[in-house]
Design a protein around this ligand. Structure first.
Ligand code: ATP
Ligand code: CA
Length: 896
């Protein structure tokens, strides 16, 4: 018999499991050995060896190796071996960097791996989906992605969208009864839930019948998932730039070689010089370093509770100009406590701390016994009944399992002495229509001991009042007149005006033999009972975060399903509502077209009483206004807006699988301030990438120019090939990496967001590269000429001076690259990595100059002390000469 044909007992015995206890840990281990992990097979990964060899596949490195071969054949063994050694060192460095980048991206994948709710050893726990074995009991709610193939044993309004499997995008209504049709298709198996499909409504639970490749998904997964590589816009731009630079570098190299040969240098020397120069001038390593910098940035973000799911988001974050954020849980703490209750024109307050179920009730500042207040009793008991939250009491430490709003209602009723167990003895729950943020309410059909049936409804007061035709007033059921309606409205507004989140409770008697099949039948002609108002304090760090965002040119917009007045009160507390900014509600939003919204959207700071569906409209309108939008969300219905936003942000704690999958950033702590931290990090990563692009390109320009100038002037070669290689592949590498780890400049969050289409050389970077590069080349040439003219017989000494000047000029220039302004704008020793990188580059170059073993290889000789003055003087000029112009400009601006 197949699983879908079995009844509950047959399934339990077929899979040797227990519906109330689940599997034992021992048994899980045994089954895992038998069935393996619950994962679909993945494409092959690149081996370490392959990664190592890929470091040498670059075109220029191959040319270099070919050149080495030629020089080896010509008998220049020392040169050949040295070149090979340098290429090897460079390859090993590259290998370790890329390995590190890969590892951190893998760790990221682990972090965002899906989880499921499983019953193990009698307790519900969250486990990685990978660890599920056949026989496990899983439960799921709307927004979950199903983690294995499951035979359902419980379903409440459960609907599952199976398009991933069947292509059918209309959700299927599920049930639990054994299936009697012969050979049903996947789409017909209404008592099964399949791996990879998505719960769109309701809740359910079931037994895992198949895992991994044995699932229906596994069997059609012949197209194995391959890890897709994600290129960021900058990486793409750099690749294009790389092509241009290669052409330019080759052209200049040919020029140098051509002029050199015309000036009478021998062909072989010029060939080697040309090849080395080409290797030096072409920034092939750049895209790789960018990847490394991005992945290191991603790791820093994890430490700040932000998980980047799509690498390009790291860059886009720095461009964000609007953050649209949910209120509840993201800007507030989602720790709700009922403080005010209202029914039939009477208000009570209740005190107490946290979720502890003790507190006193007051009316008109006098303590009252809730058992004497009939309408209060109704309000509290129905609020407890139409409720899924559970109280967890761990040695007097109280916590809530479930929706915090419902938790608050539960605690309020417990303060009055009610217990859910007792209530469930009086009322039997017949059916439920779960909460959704579209209807903004939920209802349960219950039957009491005497057989009377009710619908108990709770939800947004302004919605419920519209569905009621009578009301409990002065402890009597009365017709809801216009007059009474406006009194209720007044009570709602008063609670909301104090930043309280309000929930209304209502009920409706149902004839005994009527079966309510649809929520529309239950949720109309209601008897309005009253209101409960709860505080949800703002997260303390949000106010500062909102301000920091404003300083950074980023607007914060609150989007909430909550009441307009509540939303406004909280937005005011957080500094989101500023002078002239507007509040728009869902109703007005529904009546607007995207283009109408576009006209006013820049002035709106709060969207209240909206449904998730509205979010897409808001994103579109903002994008049409040219904004780069970050949009948060957690539910199934948020997914389209999250996907459409430039940066989709999902909640790590309350977020559904569907929202997370659509997002490019997940907040581990659901905190608004984390978005701000991620944006700051995103801006910093981009600036750091700019820093080392600037450094490496300026170095290259300097190297080419010194050779070119020398050839044009008919001088001997100022640098020998091996020196050029050394500078490029060894001295430059470490400082460039260290720039990638640089601290943000003080004003990163004081500047306007970067334009997303900004080119690599924007904001003066091109000028800085050319001007500094030119000066580096020129000063190296000067150093060479001064020493060479002093003693033309000692070319090797002059070359050593040129080599050292070039290195020193770059090692000084690297500090200038830390700031957009000037080397004087920052403390040069702030970046410890950079200080160590420069020191080690320095030690290495001193080794090359002074070690008798290395001297013959690098064609160097020891430098006289006086010439160090010359070297240091000249090498400081490229950085300090133009830093002076910055000061001149700055003082002038200050004077105006
Ligand atoms: N569990 C619930 N049962 C009944 N009504 C609820 C429940 N949770 C929320 N509501 C009502 O529905 C309204 C909308 O809730 P929704 O979850 O869409 O947004 P929210 O949580 O208030 O705000 P945000 O969009 O900022 O997260 C709430 O203001 C409340 O009145
Ligand atoms: Ca180079």
């Amino acid at each position: 018999m197949k699983f879908h044909e079995m009844n509950e007992n047959e399934i339990a015995s077929a899979l040797r499991t227990d519906f109330t206890e689940g599997l034992e840990e021992k048994e899980v281990k045994r089954r895992r050995e038998q069935h393996g992990y619950n994962a679909l097979a993945e494409g092959e990964k690149q081996s370490a060896l392959l990664l190592f060899f890929s470091q040498f596949k670059d075109f220029m490195v191959l040319v270099l190796l070919a050149a080495t071969l030629i020089s080896g054949l010509l008998g220049e063994m020392v040169d050949a071996i040295a070149i090979i050694a340098i290429v090897l060192v460079n390859g090993i460095l590259g290998f370790f960097q890329e390995r590190k980048a890969e590892k951190s991206l893998d760790a990221l994948k682990e972090l965002s791996a899906p989880q499921v709710h499983a019953l193990r050893d009698g307790e519900w726990t969250k486990i990685p989906s990978k660890e599920v074995v056949p026989g496990d009991i899983l439960k799921f709610i709307s927004g979950d992605r199903i983690g294995a193939d499951i035979r359902l044993i419980e379903s409440r309004s459960l609907e599952i969208e199976e398009s991933a499997l069947t292509g059918e995008s209309v959700p299927v209504q599920k049930n639990t009864s054994p299936l009697r049709i012969p050979n049903p298709g996947l789409g017909d198996m209404e008592n099964m839930a399949f791996m990879g499909t998505m719960v769109t409504r309701g809740t359910g639970s079931g037994v895992v019948v198949a895992t991994g490749m044995k699932t229906a998904m596994g069997q059609i997964a012949d197209l194995l998932q391959t890890a897709e590589t994600q290129e960021t816009p900058l990486q793409r731009r750099l690749e294009q730039l790389g092509k241009i630079l290669i052409t330019a570098a080759l052209f200049l190299t040919l020029l140098v070689v051509g002029i050199g040969v015309l000036q009478g240098h021998d062909l072989y020397t010029m060939f080697l010089a040309g090849v080395s120069l080409a290797v030096a001038a072409i920034p092939e390593g750049l895209p790789a370093i960018v990847t490394v910098a991005l992945s290191l940035g991603v790791q820093r973000m994890i430490r700040k509770n932000a998980i980047v799911r799509k690498l390009p988001a790291v860059e886009t974050l720095g461009c964000a100009s609007v953050i649209c954020s949910d209120k509840t849980g993201t800007m507030t703490q989602n720790k709700m406590t009922v403080t005010h209750l209202w029914s039939g024109n009477k208000t009570w307050t209740v005190d107490g701390v946290g979720y502890s179920p003790t507190g006193l009730f007051f009316h008109d500042d006098k303590s009252v016994d809730p058992q004497n207040e009939k309408s209060l009793q109704q309000l509290l008991t129905f609020g407890m009944l139409c409720n899924h939250a559970e109280m967890i009491d761990k040695d007097g430490e109280y916590a809530i399992d479930g929706d915090p709003t419902e938790g608050a209602l539960l605690v309020a009723a417990m303060k009055a002495g009610y217990r859910r167990e007792n209530l469930l003895n009086q009322f039997e729950i017949v059916n439920e229509f779960p909460f959704d943020s579209q209807r903004k309410m939920m209802s349960m059909i219950v039957k009491d001991n005497t057989g009377r049936k009710f619908a108990v409804v709770k939800g947004a007061p302004d919605v419920l009042i519209g569905l009621s035709d009578s009301i409990l007033w002065d402890e009597r059921q009365q017709r809801l007149t216009k007059d009474l309606t406006s009194k209720v409205q007044g009570a709602i507004d008063e609670l909301a005006g104090n930043a309280l989140r309000t929930i209304a409770i209502a009920f409706k008697p149902i004839p005994q033999n009527t079966v309510v099949l649809h929520e529309n039948e239950a949720e109309k002609d209601l008897v309005f009972i009253g209101l409960q108002g709860m505080i949800d304090p703002p997260r303390p760090e949000v106010k500062t975060a909102v301000k920091e965002c404003r300083d950074a040119g980023i607007k914060t917009v609150m989007i909430t399903g909550d009441h307009v007045i509540t939303a406004k009160a909280i937005a005011n507390q957080l500094g989101i509502l500023t002078k002239g900014s507007k509040v728009l509600d869902g109703k007005a939003l529904s009546e607007m077209s995207v283009s109408e919204l576009e006209d006013i959207v820049d002035d709106v700071s709060v969207f209240a009483r909206v449904s998730p569906e509205h979010k897409l409209k808001i994103v579109k309108a903002l994008q049409n206004r040219g904004h780069i939008v970050a949009m948060t969300g957690d539910g199934v219905n948020d997914a389209p807006a999250i996907k459409a936003a430039d940066i989709g942000v999902a909640m790590g704690i309350t977020g559904t699988d569907v929202a997370k999958e659509a997002s490019s950033l997940v907040l581990l702590d659901d905190n608004f301030a984390t978005i701000k931290a991620a944006i700051k990090e995103g801006r910093n990563i981009y600036e750091n990438i700019r820093k080392f692009i600037r450094y490496l390109l300026a170095s290259n320009v300097g190297e080419i120019l010194v050779m070119l100038f020398a050839m044009i002037m008919g001088l001997p070669l100022p640098l020998v090939p091996i020196q050029i290689l050394w500078v490029n592949l060894v001295t430059d590498g470490l400082p460039a990496m260290a720039l990638g780890l640089d601290q943000p400049e003080e004003d990163v969050m004081k500047r306007a967001p970067r334009h997303p289409k900004e080119g690599v050389f924007a904001r003066g970077l091109g000028w800085k590269v050319v001007s500094r590069g030119f000066l580096i080349g020129l000063m190296t040439l000067f150093a060479f000429m001064i020493v060479y003219n002093r003693n033309p017989d000692d070319l090797v000494y002059a070359q050593t001076i040129a080599f050292t000047t070039l290195v020193m000029a770059q090692l000084i220039h690297v500090f200038d690259c830390r700031s957009e302004k000037s080397i004087f704008a920052r403390n040069p020793f702030e970046n410890k990595y950079l200080v160590w990188a420069v020191i080690s580059s320095l030690v290495m170059v001193l080794g090359v100059i002074y070690s008798p073993v290395l001297q013959p290889i690098f064609h160097t000789v020891p430098i006289l002390a006086v010439d160090w003055l010359l070297i240091l003087g000249l090498s400081a000029i490229p950085t300090f000469l133009l830093a002076g112009t910055f000061f001149a400009r700055k003082t002038k601006r200050n004077m105006i």
